[in-house]
Design a protein around this ligand. Sequence first.
Ligand code: ATP
Ligand code: MG
Length: 338
Amino acid sequence: MREPQTPSALIGEHPSVVALRQLISRVARSKAQTVLIYGETGTGKGLVARMIHQLSSRSDAEFIDINCAAIPSQLLESELFGHERGAFTGAVGHKQGLIEAAHGGTLFLDEVRELDPVMQAKILTLLGNRHFRRIGAVKPIHVDVRFIAATNKILLGEVKAGHFRDDLYYRLQVISINIAPLRERGDDVFLLAEHALATYNDQHGSRMRHFSPEVRHIFRRYTWPGNVRELENLLERICLLEDGDTIEVKHLPQRILREVGLVPASPQAGPQGAGSATTRDYHQATAQYQRELIESALSSASGHIGQAAHLLGLTRHALRHQMAKLGLQSLEGGHRDA
Ligand SMILES: Nc1ncnc2c1ncn2[C@@H]1O[C@H](COP(=O)(O)OP(=O)(O)OP(=O)(O)O)[C@@H](O)[C@H]1O
Ligand SMILES: [Mg+2]
C-alpha cells in the first residue's frame, strides 16, 4: 500500500497556493485525461503532478514519471510505446512500454517541450485515439492513462516559434495549472523554509531554527530564480556547514547579497570582465576578474577564508592580502577565518 498523501503536502498559505491546492483536488477527482502544468524551475511541478495522481481514483495504479529532455528521442519511443520481438536490431524480446505500464494510472511527461516533432505527433495521436501500437506490432492496444505534461517554458511561445505543435498544445492545455514563482508567494517563503529546516535538522542533526531579522528581510526581497528548490538547497547547505541555531546574513552566498544590494553589484561579471579589457582599463578588468574568483571561492567555502584560499591555490595570507588590495576585506566582514 502506498502512503496516502493529503493536499497539505503542498506547503503555503498565499492565496495563489490555497487556490492551487483546491485546483489540484478538483482536477484529481475529475475525468480530465490531460493536464498541463506550467511553472518556473523548482516551483513544484513534479510535486503537483504526484499529488494529482495520489488524490485521484487512479492512485492504486502506477504514477510513471518520464523526463522528455533526459532520454534520446529514439530510445524514448521504445520506452514509451514498447516493441515487439525483432522490431529493430537488438529487439530480442518484446517489451512493454511505459504507456502500458501506466494503464489505469498517470503518466507524467516532464519537460514536454523537449519532445521532437515525431514524438509530438505520436503522442497527439495517442491522446486522440486512446490506443497505440508497440513498435513493430500490428494490433493496437487500448489504454486508460491520465497524461500530465509539465513545462517551464511558456508553451504558447514555443508554438509561435515553431518548436511545438499547436494541435498538441491545444489538446494539452484544456486543463492547465500555473504555479506561481516563489517570489510572488509573499511570506510563504518562511513557511517553506521552516519546513525544510525541520527536515534537514532531522536528517543532519543540525539545530538551525531561526532567521535573523536581516535574513527575513533578504528572503522577501530576493527573487529566487531557482524557486523552492533553490531555497531548499541553500538551507541544506547551511544546516550541513554552519553551527548555531540562527541563520544569519554571513551564511548567505554572495550572489544573493549582491542581488538584494548588500554587496555592491560588479560593474561587469565573470571572466568576460577580463575579456573586454580592450575597451576598458586593463587593471580594472583584471581586478574585477580576481574579485569574482575570490567571491566565488568564498561562497563555495561558505566564507571560510582558509578553505577559499585552498580552492584558489593561494595561502591564507596571500588571499587576505589580495582581498585587502581589491577592497574586499570590509565587504567580507561576515566571513569566518576558520
Ligand atoms: N509548495 C510546496 N510545498 C512543499 N514543498 C515544495 C513546494 N513546492 C516545491 N516544493 C519542493 O521543492 C522541490 C522542487 O520541486 P519540484 O521538483 O516539484 O519542482 P519542479 O517545478 O518540478 O522543478 P524543475 O522544473 O526543475 O523540474 C521539491 O523538493 C519539492 O518537494
Ligand atoms: Mg520537475
